[in-house]
Design a protein around this ligand. Structure first.
Ligand code: KIV
Length: 262
């Protein structure tokens, strides 16, 4: 995928969209030769790379730094970067500055969590030529207001509100919408009634695409295994074996050999 119109085309043709998060050039280089469609430089970087408990520590500068690193890896894929905590709430000009910094760092679009108080800023960014991806359901940036990382919109009132919010985001101009941790039936219904693709995480198979966090899908943290994550690799084991082999070779004096020396 190279442009926002590829997202619309994928939905029109019923082609599922495979998205993954990435935070650095090394990951981007691996993604370059994969059939992954698009990359999210997520503010989940705070948790999976920086070891924090939530995403609130992300700043525009940090998101731009990681976005630039991903872009430098030349993945040749559409890159979406997260607007960090509160960046969309300081007024139109600061929001525009943050989005511009992310695009200048190499993103093709930005993602904004939630809808309350965001309609005007999303419209302003879209009218300024900045593609915006929406994000509903579990909103990690609102972790303290929503009492933790839990499945959202379980009752009919909350489900109706989410549907309304999704339509409000489409009217504001989003080109795609992440649905995080909501019942699969609701996600499928929203997907069927929206003209833009939905990308699910913990939202079932009825979405137009899926997104997973790099470390989760590669099994880099085997102890983190929520229901919606499938570990497609045994990254922790593979890396652990390589490190053990390296340490063993160093301790035994068998690395480096003459061929590995100058
Ligand atoms: O930051 C992130 O990785 C995200 C995904 C979980 C959708 O927003």
């Amino acid at each position: 995928m190279k442009t926002v119109s590829d997202f619309a085309a994928a939905k029109a043709m019923g082609q599922k969209i495979a998205m993954v998060t990435a935070y650095d050039a090394a990951a981007a280089r691996v993604i370059a030769s994969s059939p992954i469609d698009c990359i999210l430089v997520g503010d989940s970087v705070m948790m999976v790379v920086h070891g924090e408990e939530n995403t609130l520590g992300a700043t525009p500068e940090l998101m731009a730094l990681h976005t630039r690193a991903v872009a430098r890896g030349e993945p040749g894929k559409f890159i979406v970067a997260d607007m960090p905590f509160l960046a969309a709430r300081r007024g139109l000009a600061p929001a525009l500055d943050c989005a511009a910094a992310l695009l200048r760092a190499g993103a093709q679009a930005i993602k904004i969590e939630g809808v309350q108080g965001h309609v005007e800023v999303i419209r302003h960014l879209v009218e300024s030529g900045i593609p915006v991806m929406g994000h509903l359901g579990l909103l990690p940036q609102s972790v303290h207001a929503s009492s933790g990382f839990k499945v959202q919109a379980r009752n009919s009132a909350a489900a109706a509100q989410l549907r309304k919010d999704a339509h409000a985001l489409v009217t504001a101009g989003v080109f795609a919408l992440v649905l995080e941790c909501i019942p699969a039936k609701l996600a499928a219904a929203v997907t069927a009634e929206l003209p833009v693709p939905t990308i699910g995480i913990g939202a079932g198979a009825g979405c137009d695409g899926q997104v997973l966090v790099w470390h989760d899908l590669l099994g880099l943290n085997p102890d983190f295994k929520p229901r919606f994550v499938r570990q497609f690799g045994r990254g922790n084991k593979v890396l652990g074996t390589a490190l053990a082999d390296y340490a063993k070779a160093v301790h035994a004096g068998s690395f480096p050999t003459a061929k590995e020396s100058f």
